[in-house]
Write a protein that binds this ligand. Sequence first.
Ligand code: MF3
Ligand code: CO
Ligand code: CO
Length: 253
Amino acid sequence: MPDRRLTFHTQEDFNGLRAAGRLAFDTLEMITPYVQEGITTGELDRIIHEFILKNGAIPAPLNYRGFPKSCCISINHVVCHGIPGERKLLNGDILNIDVTPLLNGWHGDSSRMYTVGKISRLAQRLINVTYECLLRGIQQVKPGHTLGDIGYAIQDYAESQRFSVVRDFCGHGIGRVFHQEPNILHYGKKGEGLVIEPGMVFTIEPMINAGKPEVKILEDGWTAVTRDRSLSAQFEHMLGVTDKGCEIFTLPN
Ligand code: MF3
Ligand code: CO
Ligand code: CO
């Protein structure tokens, strides 16, 4: 039987989550100047690994269910869970870097898109729309709204721009545990699903495809790619529900 209980976090828990989220933000900032044509994703992973350790945390992805590296790097038609390795960044690539430091027992989970050299207009539009999807989802996070309101806001905007929402992966509850209840779907219907309450902590991490929504997993058991090889983008924030709305832990302040 899966454990369907939700975890509600206290103000003290929020302090720990804020610190972990801040380190995730700092990691994504730190790596930005290294994201250049010619560097390998394995080298980016090593720099991220060292930075997280230096800051007193552990990279939670490393050995998580057998994942072999310290972050996920997903290029172009890779939707998520790309494994860092020998692949060199090329002019025109778009990539997501997803980091999850575990600091004093608390996870901080965030990802964003990076670009290499001159990218296509379609790629830039996909990135912009995906970020806007995340913001629109976050705007729905307040007590009394439902998880369906979040999914609806994301899906409605993505599809209005003729892009599609990946169904096979979702946001998730998080805290002392990396992935826990509830699942945060990036599609849905207004007013459906769980009612949002103060103390809930979860990620929103929409994956938006330029083509069709279907994905497949490569032989390595991790790398998810679009079946039609269309471009895919993703942004992720981790947030806590407050009395009035939410606090985004993976942004400064
Ligand atoms: N950080 C990813 C997420 O947003 C999870 C990566 S799990 C890993 O949930 F094993 F692939 F690292
Ligand atoms: Co996540
Ligand atoms: Co993540």
